[in-house]
Design a protein around this ligand. Structure first.
Ligand SMILES: [Mn+2]
Length: 279
């Protein structure tokens, strides 16, 4: 989280309104007020109009997800993005850029943030693995929708008509999401059946009008490309010499250096090391 914020600040000196969603449930350690205050002061130093606010979603979460039998297979925190529209402060907003804590920013997010969302619920980026296996079955219907923009800027997408998005970076059109009830649908799906990558599967099923953005806004490969704006340290599947899931998170600095062989984030990681004890 701190690394994401430090990286955002490095490349974005404009106003940043950052909301941290947290819950206080048995196994989950809630984000503290002290940490929030520290981050808030940190962003205000770069731009006095910026802020960091904590949103405690425990009440909303417990109330709307009574099926605790799910508890065994997902981290509750990964589901929090599905409750965005139920937080009154967020429900008032036009749009919100959701970001996982394992996303590192390498450039200005303004262009992505300002993208035209007319007629769509979400602007997102294809999932590098899931796009090969899954499809949201709304493509034919979508062709007839005249109000819809479908900016498939990269050719490979338009040929294959892939549309399964990664849920780690998503730009939500809040009024549209509230109108269509897509997030409620997603919560409902999660409560009813088992799904691998529950939140992501549910969002892909529940969102019918989506805009696909170029991969530079959610690069899920281990190493970033030259034009990558948001680098997502998501899990990578390795097939050789044996199948395994490789997990490296940005704060695992040794692994970032020796497994991924990335040194370009060292300035951010140095700052992180110096500041992390304030959280
Ligand atoms: Mn992630």
């Amino acid at each position: 989280m701190l690394i994401s914020i430090l990286s955002l600040l490095k490349c974005n000196s404009g106003v940043l309104h950052i909301y941290i969603m947290t819950i206080d449930l048995e196994d989950t350690k809630p984000f503290t007020d002290k940490s929030t205050k520290f981050l808030d002061e940190l962003v205000r130093k770069v731009n006095p109009k910026s802020f960091v606010k904590k949103i405690d979603a425990t009440e909303i979460f417990v109330k709307e997800l009574p099926k605790w039998n799910m508890k065994s297979y997902f981290t509750p925190c990964s589901m929090l993005r599905l409750y965005l529209d139920r937080v009154s402060e967020i429900a008032k907003l036009d749009r919100i850029l959701y970001m996982d804590y394992d996303v590192v920013c390498r450039g200005s997010i303004l262009k992505f943030y300002d993208t035209d969302l007319t007629g769509v619920e979400v602007a997102g980026i294809l999932d590098i693995y899931g796009r090969r296996f899954y499809k949201y079955h709304g493509i034919l219907k979508r062709k007839n929708d005249k109000n819809l923009i479908d900016a498939r800027e990269e050719k490979e997408w338009s040929i294959l008509k892939q549309d399964y998005m990664n849920s780690g970076v998503m730009l939500f059109n809040i009024p549209e999401c509230i109108k269509s009830g897509c997030l409620r649908k997603a919560v409902d799906l999660c409560a009813r059946r088992w799904m691998m990558l529950a939140d992501q599967a549910a969002l892909n099923k529940a969102i019918s009008r989506r805009k696909l953005m170029p991969r530079r806004y959610n690069e899920q490969e281990e190493r970033p490309r030259k034009n990558t704006v948001l680098h997502h340290f998501s899990n990578n599947f390795k097939f050789w010499p044996y199948f395994r899931v490789q997990k490296v998170k940005p704060f695992e600095i040794d692994k970032v250096h020796h497994v991924l062989k990335i040194i370009e984030y060292d300035d951010i990681l140095d700052k992180y090391n110096k500041l992390k004890n304030n959280l």
